[in-house]
Design a protein around this ligand. Structure first.
Ligand SMILES: Cc1ncc(COP(=O)(O)O)c(C=O)c1O
Length: 394
């Protein structure tokens, strides 16, 4: 490892040099099955020929012009996202955290326009919204926040999945302007809220004139079996953030909004040098077109259902198992102990998995995995979990 990289990651001892679909190859020529997609990014698999083709073509035409001029691919990507999400306007940045920053800035503008001096945002316990200062302040994890004080203020925390707790805050405080939440919490260990939760939050927002912001950065773009996870409840948010899989690996994030939230900005109030450049937004258009043409939402729903069922059947009786949960291809397997070491154990068997919240095996495979790859992931993960009992101290 180079000593010149800042000490922010603890990478596994492997470097990939090439990928194809759900497969990755390291610099020794060893093949691995990818069950994490670079943390939910490469949903179409690696080196997708159509995506690679448009990236190469666009790189040979124009990478960057800046937002001082019109960018037709950005406009097309915005049109596609507006249609998919029901939002009116889109702002493109370069990451998930930037999309969150954009959403939070909109909340402040809308709140001020409504006469609120310090509009607050209700955020959830165990949430994750990114690593920039406002995003980590919104995040519900002391581990993420510790050492970075003073945090950005204005966040009020509620337990995830508990609509009554939000109603109680609504009764007690007059300074709230919005609710921000992940429809399914990712970093927290793939936590799916009870049915009706989002609809209940929508009702609270409507009653009090608050904005409902859904952070779909991990759960969005067909991963859970719908374009966006909140669509399982047919709830329309006011603001939606999306990133990760949007350009299948090129850095792009977007904040989409409707109504007053969509009209909050005027020229000069927000911006990004690289945001929405022709390369990433053309790639995003291609990704969205492929997701639609190949019905990747339907495919994720079907493959994910089968995998969840297999995990429940095979691991259900296991004494170390606490829960198998998820939706589509966003799957969490919670054990009764720290299982971080399983990442390396899986890698040594040619399988790439992730662990979050220490005790939860997290799977976010490419949405294009076939039945045999899904089965290989299930077999590999079940073997690792089954061995836990034999070697509890591993
Ligand atoms: C729900 C959620 N929000 C925000 C982020 C931050 O995205 P990024 O790392 O692209 O800034 C993530 C990243 O994992 C996420 O899962």
């Amino acid at each position: 490892m180079s000593q010149h990289l800042m000490n922010t990651y603890a990478p596994l001892p492997v470097a990939f040099v090439r990928g194809e679909g759900a497969w990755l190859w390291d610099d020794q020529g060893t093949r691995y099955l990818d069950a994490i997609s670079g943390l939910g990014v490469c949903s179409l698999g690696h080196a997708h020929p159509q995506v690679a083709g448009v990236i190469a073509e666009q790189a040979g035409l124009l990478l960057h012009s800046g937002n001082l001029v019109r960018i037709p691919w950005q406009e097309r990507a915005a049109d596609r996202l507006a249609e998919i999400t029901g939002m009116d306007r889109v702002f493109f940045g370069n990451s998930g955290a930037e999309a969150i920053e954009c959403a939070l800035k909109i909340c402040r503008l809308v709140g001020h326009a409504r006469g609120q001096e310090n509009p607050g945002v209700i955020v959830m316990e165990h949430s994750f919204h990114g690593r920039t200062l406002a995003a980590l302040s919104a995040t519900g994890s002391r581990k993420v926040q510790a050492g970075f004080e003073p945090l950005v203020g204005g966040f009020v925390r509620a337990p995830f999945g508990d609509a009554e707790a939000v109603r109680t805050i609504a009764r007690r405080r007059g300074d709230i302007g919005a609710i921000l939440l992940e429809p399914i919490q990712g970093e927290a260990g793939i936590r799916v809220p009870p049915p009706g939760y989002l609809a209940a939050l929508r009702a609270v927002c409507d009653e009090h004139g608050w904005l409902l912001i859904v952070d779909e950065i991990q759960s969005g773009l067909c991963r859970t079996g719908k374009w966006y996870a909140h669509q399982h409840e047919e709830v329309l948010p006011d603001i939606l953030t999306t990133a990760k899989a949007l350009a299948n690996g090129l850095p792009v994030g977007a904040c989409a909004a409707r109504g007053a939230a969509a009209e909050a900005f005027t020229p000069g109030r927000h911006g990004s040098t690289f945001g929405g450049n022709p390369l990433v937004t053309r790639a995003a258009c291609t990704v969205l077109d492929i997701m639609r043409a190949e019905d990747l939402a339907g495919r994720a729903a079907q493959t994910g259902e089968g995998m969840l069922e297999s995990f429940r059947r095979r691991l259900g009786p296991h004494p170390a198992l606490r829960d198998v949960r998820g939706r589509g291809l966003m799957i969490g397997i919670e054990l009764d102990r720290d299982v971080n070491h399983l990442k390396l154990a899986a890698l040594q068997r040619g399988l790439l998995i992730n662990v979050t919240h220490d005790k939860v095996i997290r799977l976010l495979p490419p949405l294009i995995i076939d039945a045999s790859q899904a089965e290989q992931i299930v077999d590999g993960v079940c073997a690792l979990v089954e061995e836990l009992v034999d070697h509890p101290d591993d």
